[in-house]
Design a binder for this molecule. Structure first.
Ligand code: PEP
Length: 249
């Protein structure tokens, strides 16, 4: 099995000004200098450049939290992949449950966004995950299959290797309720199996767990065989906490 470089991403959501983002990166970098993992920071659009400029010469990558699938046009408030690439942004979070639930992001839009990101040279971090109601109803696998099939419909098998998948059960995001390592492993293994069935080199794809990851629970989650990293929200806002999660890889 190919070894997969661990991947730890900080999703800041709508937090941190330019000044705060700069302070965070200055505090974080010395604490993660020895890491062999991929460390990715996902600031709001306004702080992308502040983070990009500070991370030159380091292993840190920068991701946006969303993008539009078209390259330009009459889409007020939106940002395209080429605009992100121009800033030296390397990745983009797509399909976060907050965007799906609060901003009406659909699987149809994601089916266009994922290939648009790949075509522009951005690494998509595609988020999928079930609601509590779906889990209680025994629908977790059906939801994951439906989302992955729809969102990756236009991506060739060869391109799937460049996609990072984040399994984020909606009931665990920002709630303090973390999936057990067994629940998270089971879902991530299922996602890998779905990718394999799509003809992807599934053993090479990084699959992350996200949902109330903290320094105290990171090591156990990250030790599961199919969990290759974490997408961290709340605990990524503090450089010391985030550095501890990076150190857990
Ligand atoms: C997230 O924003 O993707 C997330 C997992 O948030 P939290 O870690 O706060 O649950």
């Amino acid at each position: 099995m190919p070894s997969r470089t661990p991947y730890i991403a900080a999703n800041w959501k709508m937090h941190k000004t330019v000044a705060e983002a700069g302070e965070f990166v200055d505090a974080l970098l010395p604490q993660i200098a020895a890491t062999q993992s991929d460390v990715v920071i996902c600031p709001p659009f306004t702080a992308l450049t502040a983070v990009v400029e500070r991370r030159y010469g380091t292993a840190v990558k920068v991701a946006a939290q969303n993008m539009h699938e078209e390259d330009s046009g009459a889409f007020t408030g939106e940002v395209s992949a080429s605009m992100l690439v121009e800033l030296d942004v390397e990745a983009v979070v797509l399909g976060h449950s907050e965007r799906r639930q609060l901003f009406g992001e659909t699987d149809e839009a994601l089916a266009r966004k994922v290939p648009a990101a790949i075509a522009a040279g951005l690494e998509p971090i595609l988020c999928v995950g079930e609601t509590e109601e779906a889990r209680d109803g025994g629908q977790t696998e059906a939801v994951l299959e439906r989302q992955l099939q729809a969102d990756l419909a236009a991506v060739e098998a060869a391109g799937l290797g460049g996609v990072v998948i984040a399994y984020e059960p909606v009931w665990a995001i920002g709630t303090g309720r973390t999936a057990t390592p067994e629940q998270a492993q089971e879902a991530c293994a299922y996602i890998r199996d779905l990718l394999r069935r799509r003809g992807a080199a599934a053993d090479a794809v990084r699959i992350l767990y996200g949902g109330s990851v903290k320094p105290a629970n990171a090591a156990e989650l990250l030790s599961q065989p199919d969990i290759d990293g974490a997408l961290v929200g709340g605990a990524s806002l503090d450089p010391a906490d985030f550095a501890k999660i990076v150190s857990a890889t």
